[in-house]
Design a protein around this ligand. Structure first.
Ligand SMILES: O=C(O)CCC(=O)C(=O)O
Ligand SMILES: [Fe+2]
Length: 313
């Protein structure tokens, strides 16, 4: 049987067009209720079972807010491990947790797609491969994954950002698969997007290891870089500044089981969770395996971390 015979068609032509036009796409009921329940159960077990003994109590940061903890070894070496990062506001002024550890973790990452059987099984699937191929990938590789818990009351905001600076390839190719495990609403910190911003927002920096990681990580400015699926002519700086006035975030409230696809150049964010409900999601990112992913990138999983999605069929 040829591989194409085993790859289901998941996206309609209209959905593919919506993604190219807007830089994101919501797919309702991408996971059935049973799968969602299983992944939540697994997340609950991971949160209950991890030990605080010897944990460096590393707080969450993708570096979006320039967090000083971003350089922690615990973070840098998490690419092929299941590690636990705390909410910034889980601690009192003396550094003690103000709630149980299960309610204090912001995220678990970044190697769930290789290290955890339940998350591996729902990541490396013909469905996800089909979506990647429909959106133009030749050799999609999954290279990071995380559960983001966004805990009740303290779940931290994720400031406006693009994803490609965190998973830089030449040219940029990162794409996020973001699966809601719980309903995501305006009160618990759903995602927000600036539609079509991927078309006028070049990548201008990237998160790199400084001195190979010995001095942590930092953002390095790079010349304006456009992904291959946003072809020239690109808007000039002046044209982009005019568009700035029109930049409005559209909220993406979604039900549990919804898949949100996120272009690596689209501007997106999420607010603090001020509600009494958690907002659990599972997300992984893929890059184009045919493009260079160099040693400067903060994330350096072992070779097995670059999961070749085509191997699933
Ligand atoms: O889940 C969130 O609040 C933000 C996640 C995000 O920015 C991403 O998955 O790229
Ligand atoms: Fe993001």
């Amino acid at each position: 049987m040829s591989p194409s015979a085993t790859i289901p068609k998941v996206l309609t032509d209209e959905q593919v067009q919506f993604f190219h036009d807007n830089g994101y796409l919501l797919i309702e009921n991408a996971l059935d209720a049973e799968t969602v329940a299983g992944l939540k159960e697994r997340t609950k077990t991971l949160l209950e079972d991890f030990s605080l003994d010897g944990h460096p109590m590393t707080k969450f940061s993708t570096g979006v807010k320039g967090n000083k903890h971003v350089g922690d070894e615990y973070f840098l070496e998490s690419g092929d491990k299941v590690r636990f990062f705390f909410e910034e506001d889980a601690f009192d002024s003396s550094g003690n947790l103000t709630r149980p550890k299960e309610k204090s973790i912001n995220k678990i990452g970044h190697g769930l797609h290789t290290e955890d059987p339940a998350f591996r099984a729902m990541t490396l699937t013909p469905q996800n491969l089909s979506i990647a191929l429909s959106l133009g990938f030749q050799d999609p590789r999954v290279l990071q994954s995380m559960v983001i818990c966004k805990q009740p009351e303290i779940g931290g905001e994720v400031g406006p950002h693009q994803d490609s600076p965190f998973l830089f390839t030449s040219p940029p190719s990162a794409m996020g698969f973001w699966y809601a495990l719980e309903d995501c609403t305006i009160t618990n910190g759903c995602l927000g997007f600036i539609p079509a911003s991927h078309k006028y927002s070049p990548i201008t920096n990237r998160l790199v290891r400084i001195n190979g990681g010995a001095d942590g990580t930092g953002f390095e400015d790079i010349p304006e870089t456009w992904p291959a699926d946003v072809p020239a002519p690109h808007p000039t700086k002046e044209e982009r500044e005019k568009l700035a006035d029109e930049k409005k975030y559209e909220l993406a409230e979604v039900k549990a089981g919804t898949l949100v696809l996120i272009h690596g150049s689209v501007l997106h964010k999420s607010e603090r969770n001020r509600s009494l409900n958690s907002r659990w999601i599972y997300t992984f990112h893929m890059i184009e395996g045919e493009y260079e992913y160099d040693a400067k990138n903060w994330l350096q999983p072992s070779a097995s971390g670059f999961s070749k999605l085509k191997d699933v069929v």
